[in-house]
Design a protein around this ligand. Structure first.
Ligand SMILES: C[S@@+](CC[C@H](N)C(=O)[O-])C[C@H]1O[C@@H](n2cnc3c(N)ncnc32)[C@H](O)[C@@H]1O
Length: 246
């Protein structure tokens, strides 16, 4: 699977174009849901596909966190932001740390699971890291029945040193397929100079019924909850799987 340039040589752009502060509201929802399910203690959580650790940075006070990502530069960003978190490099489809957690979280990184087999493998990884009665929370950006692309997003972020304008064209290249594609351009203005970088992100797209089927196949009982969602209509769903207690 080809990884986007954003998680490799362009990783330095991530905290600029998607700053940690913008995740506070979403993180508060995740915190409320986890505490609601497991109680008020400082539970152990594992985030698969932690990226820059932006959402995690709002959860480390409330939980004892461990993080996994496949990308060295993204792990570096998260280590810097979350110095007390244990980080491991690994693929969420195959990584096995031999540690059990109270909850496993997969946020927007789940989009990188492109096939049903990949998605199921990530759920099996989560199960392998959960104690009996533990919970898996996944928030896909889109469900197949809710995606009515193409959509064009344009936004600008930056600080006194650098300004980045991002254009994302998100579309469905093949309706028989389980994948959508985003074509990105990052226009970077720095010290009076402008450069443009291009990138392509391919994401998996599955129906709500497929999500339910896979959770059940892996051995979770499933609850689906609505989230406030984001401007642009994505991120309005969370799937919560619970393992049996024995
Ligand atoms: C959009 S970023 C996550 C951002 C994160 N939510 C944050 O708060 O910064 C997606 C991440 O998924 C990671 N990723 C993609 N495929 C993966 C895989 N198979 N296993 C683990 N991580 C993966 C990428 O390296 C990237 O860091």
């Amino acid at each position: 699977m080809d990884q986007p340039r954003l998680y490799n040589e362009l990783a330095y752009l991530w905290p600029i174009i998607s700053p940690p502060g913008e995740y506070a509201g979403e993180a508060a929802e995740w915190r409320r849901i986890i505490k609601g399910k497991l109680g008020p203690a400082r539970h152990s959580i594992l985030e698969l596909g932690v990226g820059g650790g932006h959402i995690l940075s709002h959860l480390t006070q409330a939980f004892q966190a461990t993080a996994v990502d496949i990308s060295t530069p993204m792990l570096e960003l998260s280590r810097r932001l979350n110095p007390d978190v244990t980080h491991h490099q690994g693929d969420m489809r195959t990584v096995r740390m031999g540690i059990l957690f109270d909850a496993v979280l997969i946020h927007d990184a789940i989009g990188h699971m492109l096939t049903e087999a990949d998605l199921k493998a990530a759920m099996v990884t989560a199960k392998a890291h959960l104690r009996p009665g533990g919970i898996l929370l996944i928030a896909p950006e889109w469900l197949r029945e809710e995606f009515a692309g193409p959509i064009l997003f344009i936004w600008t972020r930056g600080n006194q040193d650098i300004k980045v304008t991002i254009q994302e064209y998100l579309y469905y290249p093949d309706h028989d397929d389980s994948q959508i594609e985003s074509i990105y351009s990052y226009m970077i203005e720095e010290q009076g100079k402008v450069s443009i970088e291009r990138d392509v992100h391919v994401n998996g797209l599955f129906s709500g019924s497929m999500w339910s089927e896979l959770f059940e196949q892996v051995g979770f009982s499933l609850e689906r909850v609505s989230l406030p969602g984001n401007e642009g209509g994505y991120g309005g769903n969370m799937f919560i799987g619970t393992l049996p207690t024995d």
